[in-house]
Design a binder for this molecule. Structure first.
Ligand code: PLP
Length: 397
């Protein structure tokens, strides 16, 4: 996700009213600027830039907010996924099931570790991994006996929680690791429990535009499992043991900086209110657009974190018309994502060799890419902002 191209790109046409940001980090910064400056000043004074007390403090807050027993701060959402998979020993010969319709990082990590991604189709309304298709591909991989099914990465795309009880049950049945890519969904909940306790481990990203973002790269892994948490702490620091220069395993440099932790500490008190504000904005969108275009479907018992707000138009031409209408009104929009991962040049070969008999098609992922459109979403949208966006969408239909 770009922090600049849509939020600050100069709109064409005549802007009508105040500019509407796609993601808005400036309004939030104005509220907490003093805490941020003070937090950074404290770190400049104590000098513990790496693994400083701010990292311990934000880990405690993340665990408390999510309800997970352990939170381990890491250097990015991508590294959170990687460390979680390294801890399971996932590598060559292993199959990792993940949706074809998600951000590239979800597929990149198994490939970096030498494992094979098996792309799974998604549900058209919730954008989450489709359990029927997942079971079908799992059966194919199991039947071929070439790859060991090792993990499922469920993605709470746009903030919408996936069907975790079903994913967990399938993983338990087949001895697979359930990993939640909640990079877009921190603050979302399912059956009264926040994301962070739904899978064996949950990866968070603090990329600036996420629901909780720092001012650089950052991430965390949440888990209820003490042994896993200890492994994550070791892996993020080059596989170190109890003493500093004892190397127990091959790890990486995957730490969260003290300064980024301080930014997150300043933002934490705003988070609950911001999630409520996102929910309110989603409600305004639903009231204005529901029935006219396909709006996001929140699973029963779930609460979306509303990280991104995505609608579906009838087809590619319909999407182009709406994009043009929004641009003419000086309003930003974005396409997350224009191409399914199995069609990316970097991943197509892995997709082709994943299931030797030939992978079944991924029609929903392919279709969504042609007609999804994401609208401005952040906690500082006013009802008037949403009304203007919705009016431009309707004008383009
Ligand atoms: C942002 C994102 C990531 C990666 O997070 P980074 O902090 O940018 O590394 C992974 N998965 C999804 C679904 C994301 O949106």
């Amino acid at each position: 996700m770009s922090t600049t191209s849509h939020a600050q790109g100069r709109p064409q046409g005549r802007p009508q009213g105040r500019p509407v940001a796609f993601f808005d980090m400036q309004a939030q910064q104005a509220l907490i600027r003093a805490e941020i400056d003070a937090g950074i000043a404290r770190i400049l004074a104590h000098g513990r830039f790496i693994q400083g007390p701010e990292v311990d403090a934000i880990e405690a807050k993340l665990a408390e907010f999510s309800g997970a027993k352990h939170a381990v701060g890491v250097s990015s959402g991508t590294d959170a996924l990687q460390i979680a998979m390294m801890a399971e020993g996932i590598g060559p010969g292993d199959a990792v099931f993940l949706p074809a319709f998600t951000y590239t990082a979800t597929a990149e990590v198994p490939l970096v570790l030498g494992a094979t991604p098996i792309f799974v189709d998604v549900e058209p309304g919730s954008f989450n991994i489709d359990l029927v298709d997942l079971r079908r591909r799992l059966a194919l991989v199991t039947h071929e006996r070439r790859l060991r099914p090792r993990a499922v990465i469920g993605v709470d795309l746009y903030g919408l929680p996936a069907d975790w009880p079903a994913i967990r049950a399938l993983c338990a049945e087949h001895g697979m690791f359930a990993l939640d890519d909640a990079a877009q969904a921190f603050g979302g909940a399912l059956d009264g429990r926040r994301l962070g306790t739904q899978a064996d481990a949950t990866a968070l990203s603090f990329y600036p535009t996420k629901t909780l973002g720092c001012y650089g790269d950052g991430g965390a892994i949440l888990t209820d499992d003490a042994d896993r948490a200890e492994l994550y702490r070791s892996l993020r620091t080059h596989g170190e043991g109890k003493s500093r220069y004892e190397v127990l395993r091959t790890g990486m440099n995957g730490r969260l900086d003290s300064i980024q932790a301080a930014i997150l500490l300043a933002k934490m008190p705003l988070l609950a209110g911001e999630l409520a504000a996102r929910r309110r904005a989603a409600g305004w969108y639903e009231a204005a657009l529901g029935g006219r275009v396909a709006t996001p479907q929140v699973r029963e018992g779930a609460e979306s974190a509303w990280g991104i707000y995505t609608i579906l138009l009838r087809d590619a031409a319909g999407r182009s018309r709406v994009q043009a209408a929004m641009q003419a009104a000086g309003l930003p929009s974005a396409i997350y994502y224009p191409r399914p991962l199995h069609r990316q040049p970097a991943y197509a070969a892995a997709h082709a060799r994943g299931i030797e008999a030939g992978a079944p098609p991924l029609p929903v992922s392919e279709d969504l890419c042609t007609r999804c459109l994401s609208l401005p979403m952040h906690p500082y949208l006013t009802e008037e902002d949403v009304g203007r966006v919705a009016a431009a969408v309707l004008a383009g239909l």
